[in-house]
Design a protein around this ligand. Structure first.
Ligand SMILES: Cc1cc2nc3c(=O)[nH]c(=O)nc-3n(C[C@H](O)[C@H](O)[C@H](O)COP(=O)(O)OP(=O)(O)OC[C@H]3O[C@@H](n4cnc5c(N)ncnc54)[C@H](O)[C@@H]3O)c2cc1C
Length: 394
């Protein structure tokens, strides 16, 4: 017998689950929404362990459109959420993203992508090495064929502010949050009827949303659905580099395989290991050697100012990595009546949460996306094994 009944039950209350809860409550006041979250301080959520940046430079138009909406929402967050969000500003710092290409082919691709992105309202400029040197004279550019720079709408912001604003706002509008964990689903004929929780509670659900990040594949398995999402470990280093103080620097995606951005007089930097693969869900051990072996030589190659560096601190986060195509899987799972998913963001889900939450709320309430068509990111492609590849992955 169900212990409570909700119109929508959301498994996972970090940024995706909370954004969706907020949009649901805003679109349909009085809706009964339950958000189930086992880790209410978000110690292990990607949301809390993110590098918290937003860009317009994606290779798929739908991802550009998602981030066009996202950056506007982030910029005006306090107005959008209202005082109930309790977050006066997300402190968007618009230093831009700079992708560096090492080959003529890479530069040509950049020009094609910039054309598409600018057609959607982005402000991407492709610069030759002389143009880059004029802006960033401290960079060594001998190995660079071109760089694409977002002149506006790209940078970084307060990730926990975004989450807290959505969560506070959703609660103020009536969404219920419980500290618990989804452990099973009661299904009948492709419909989720009940959701079982670790506490022993079982609630009736009109619709179910799987927003459980790296645990999303496990929640899919509860309904016999196969989602190719797995945790991938990323070690993020915060470094001091006294001879490289460039607070105006953009977030640089270097063709050598590292990224870096300034952060309060220091730098944040990370890379993807060559042997990248799934990690155990409880593997939070930093990969210390990555800095000396992979990152530092590449930093120094980009600027001699990185001759003296010290790792000030580091942290480990897990990407909810979509093996098929490194893109989110969003929407109603085909063949089910009410099982929705929003996972597999592969390192760009924070900035996507405003548009993803809106789209999912529209879909759950009306049966269709109303504002921005997110169906290219639907689960049909997963079932058919048809990748919708995102080339601009960080
Ligand atoms: C190092 C790093 C850097 C990143 N940098 C950026 C960036 O610069 N820009 C950007 O846009 N994105 C970035 N991302 C990605 C972004 O952080 C994520 O895509 C986004 O936060 C995903 O949010 P989420 O709510 O879907 O998942 P998560 O934040 O992972 O939250 C999932 C939640 O589900 C809960 N959960 C787990 N199991 C269950 C269960 N059984 N029942 C109920 N709940 C459950 C968890 O406790 C967790 O709180 C980065 C990620 C990492 C790790």
């Amino acid at each position: 017998m169900a212990d409570g009944s909700f119109d929508v039950v959301i498994g996972g209350g970090a940024v995706t689950g909370s954004a969706t809860a907020w949009w649901l409550m805003r679109m349909r006041p009085g809706l009964r929404v339950l958000v189930v979250e086992p880790d209410p301080i978000y110690r292990f959520a990607a949301t809390a362990l993110s590098v918290a940046s937003v860009r317009q430079q994606f290779s798929n138009p739908v991802n550009v459109q998602i981030s066009r909406f996202g950056v506007d929402f982030i910029r005006h967050f306090a107005d959008r959420i209202g005082p109930e969000g309790g977050v006066p500003s997300l402190g968007l710092k618009e230093n831009g993203y700079l992708f560096l290409a090492g080959t003529a082919a890479g530069a040509a691709l950049m020009r094609d992508l910039a054309h598409m992105q600018n057609g959607l309202g982005a402000a991407t400029d492709v610069l030759d090495p002389a143009g880059l040197a004029a802006l960033y004279p401290w960079m060594t550019l001998e190995d660079v064929a071109a760089g694409s720079l977002g002149r506006r709408d790209e940078g970084w912001f307060d990730n926990m502010g975004l989450l807290n604003g959505f969560r506070n706002g959703a609660r103020a509008l009536g969404a219920v949050y419980v500290k618990d964990r989804v452990t099973g689903l009661g299904l009948r004929g492709g419909r989720v009827e009940t959701v079982r929780l670790e506490s022993g509670r079982e609630v009736a659900a009109g619709a179910f949303l799987n927003a459980a990040g790296t645990a999303s594949a496990a929640l899919c398995r509860m309904a016999d659905l196969a989602l190719p999402v797995e945790p991938r470990k990323r070690t993020v280093f915060v470094i001091d580099a006294p001879n490289a103080r460039h607070p105006e620097a953009p977030l640089i995606i270097d063709h050598s395989g590292i990224y870096l951005r300034p952060e309060h007089g220091q730098w944040i930097t990370a890379t993807v290991p060559d042997d990248d693969g799934p990690c155990a869900p409880d593997d939070w051990e930093p990969d210390h050697a990555q800095f000396d072996d992979l990152i530092w030589p590449r930093l120094y190659a980009r600027s001699e100012g990185f001759d003296a560096v010290k790792v000030a601190r580091l942290w480990v986060g897990h990407y909810d990595y979509n093996r098929l195509d490194q893109n989110a899987v969003l929407g109603l799972w085909p063949g089910t009546a009410n099982f929705h998913v929003a996972a597999g963001f592969s390192g760009h889900g924070l900035q996507q949460s405003p548009a993803v939450g809106r789209g999912l709320a529209e879909l759950i309430l009306t049966g269709a996306f109303q504002t921005l068509d997110l169906s290219p990111l639907g689960a049909a492609r997963v079932i058919e094994g048809r990748p919708f590849l995102e080339k601009a992955i960080v």
